[in-house]
Design a protein around this ligand. Structure first.
Ligand SMILES: [Zn+2]
Length: 482
């Protein structure tokens, strides 16, 4: 029996526009008192007149372009009707027939995931379940009601939980590059609903598909992976136990229980006809080709293009390029430091410092790289000093971090702390003689195995407090030992 998972992802992201999708209320709904960002439009009061948010529409198109989509010049909104207490109007405004963007793609390790559509809609309010004066109640907060939401729907081209995670990571990275949303899964500004079923080819030559399941309530990236993994296994087990699949046309909805690490049946999904979509009487939204091209012109260089450029222009490794371009701010800092030089060695030096000691420093200090005031001159002088063997690369890492903390020049720090490399042979020779005298056993070892000189070099470096030029130290030790 051969099994192939078929996975699609529906992703919602909240746009970080100042105002909501169809009214002038502030869109920020985090850490504000309940029901303070509301008006007749987002409360769905009779007679209210919604006006589409121009910026949100442009951002939806921009994201569509970043994902390689074609853009529909004329679109319109539709009402998706359903009842839920936190849905103020009794319907959600969305785009069914004419999304802003269609037919995009995203490439993961050379495997292409097609994107069906990128469309504009609005968020619902929030139900807050709590115990008030001994009574279990549900309170409604409409601050989130009407916040612009973009839905990105992939084709079911994903074949494993790991690939789903990579897709989400990359999508998140692109959304943040484009700058239209925080795309924070933990905060809920990015939400993900996987759809999962399995193609089963039996040993006797039959091919069957398990029924499609949509998984809800997944609140983290790890949760997405685990939920998909669980669901694939559950469907295969189900097939093996029954030897048949009930029906492949029914799509069911299952919830993810993060505590039990399993999915559970929520409901049989209503067909899309049950939402009774019909057009919203807001006039059609029209973007001319010129306007669409003007939006395209505002796109930043995207991660894949950046990685390719770093590899050709600076001869950086795939790994270094990936880490530097992980977020746009790090890439910007790197580019501003190396802007004055085309030297591949300097680029590699800068990459090592940013990806190594600076990253550790940022983690320790709980800071982001844009909060640092990095001086490209300091990088340059430190790099040149390493090239001239005036300092070791270990010292370079140390003094750059210290210069971030103190604002002082790294080379000044090196001088003050006596970290400049000693290239004075007689001074090193004095130390070397002492090291050999103190370590007779290591000297004996060296006679049997010359490779063991590493230990003596280490001792010499230690004796010089790391300031001896290591190359010179090795030469002098070899000379004395012979
Ligand atoms: Zn409002």
């Amino acid at each position: 029996m051969k099994t192939t998972p078929i996975i699609g992802l529906e992703v919602h992201v909240e746009l970080k526009t100042d105002t909501k999708m169809f009214c002038g209320c502030a869109a920020d709904h985090f850490h504000v008192d309940p029901n303070t960002h509301t008006c007749p439009v987002c409360l769905g009061l009779p007679g209210a007149l919604p006006v589409p948010n121009q910026k949100a529409c442009e951002w939806c198109i921009k994201l569509g372009l970043a994902l390689g989509c074609s853009i529909n010049e004329e679109t319109f909104f539709e009402r998706k009707n359903y009842f839920y207490p936190d849905l103020a109007k009794g319907y959600q405004l969305t785009q069914l027939q004419k999304p802003f963007a269609i037919n995009g793609k995203l490439s993961i390790d050379g495997h292409e995931i097609r994107i069906n559509r990128v469309h504009q809609e609005e968020d619902t309010g929030k139900s807050v379940h709590m115990n008030l004066d001994g009574e279990d109640v549900t309170l409604l907060d409409f601050n989130r009601s009407g916040v612009p939401l973009v839905e990105i729907v992939s084709e079911p081209d994903i074949q494993s939980p790991e690939q789903a995670k990579k897709y989400l990571n990359k999508l998140q990275q692109i959304i943040r590059y484009v700058g239209v949303s925080d795309a924070d899964i933990e905060k809920g500004s990015m939400r993900c609903e996987p759809t999962v079923n399995v193609k089963i080819e039996t040993d006797d030559g039959h091919t069957v598909y398990t029924p499609l399941v949509e998984i809800k309530n997944v609140a983290s990236l790890t949760g997405v992976m685990n939920a998909i993994e669980y669901e694939i296994n559950r469907q295969i087990d189900d097939f093996e136990a029954n030897g048949t699949v009930k029906t492949a046309t029914n799509k069911t909805t299952r919830g993810w229980d993060a505590e039990k690490q399993q999915t559970f049946l929520q409901r049989d999904k209503e067909g899309s006809a049950d939402y009774r979509y019909f057009p919203e009487p807001i006039p059609p939204i029209i973007f001319t080709q010129d306007q669409i091209e003007a939006i395209r012109a505002t796109l930043p260089e995207l991660p894949d293009a950046k990685i390719a450029r770093y590899q050709t222009k600076f001869q950086l490794s795939d790994y270094d390029s990936q880490v530097l371009t992980d977020d746009l701010n790090t890439a910007k800092v790197f580019e501003s430091i190396v802007a004055s030089s085309e030297d591949a060695k300097f680029a590699k030096f800068t990459a090592n410092i940013i990806n190594g000691p600076i990253r550790t420093y940022l983690n320790d200090q709980q800071k982001t790289i844009d909060q640092l005031d990095l001086n490209s001159e300091y990088f340059k002088e430190t790099h040149d000093a390493v090239e001239k063997s005036e300092i070791s690369s270990t010292v370079a890492k140390q003094i750059i971090v210290e210069s971030i903390e103190t604002g002082k020049s790294p080379l000044e720090i090196a001088k003050d702390k006596n970290l400049l490399q000693v290239s004075d042979s007689s001074a090193i020779e004095e130390l070397a003689k002492k090291v050999l005298a103190d370590n007779p056993k290591a000297v004996e070892d060296y006679k049997k195995n010359p490779m063991s000189i590493g230990f003596l070099i280490g001792q010499l470096m230690k004796a010089s407090s790391g300031s001896a030029n290591p190359k010179l130290a090795k030469e002098i030790l070899e000379k004395l030992l012979s």
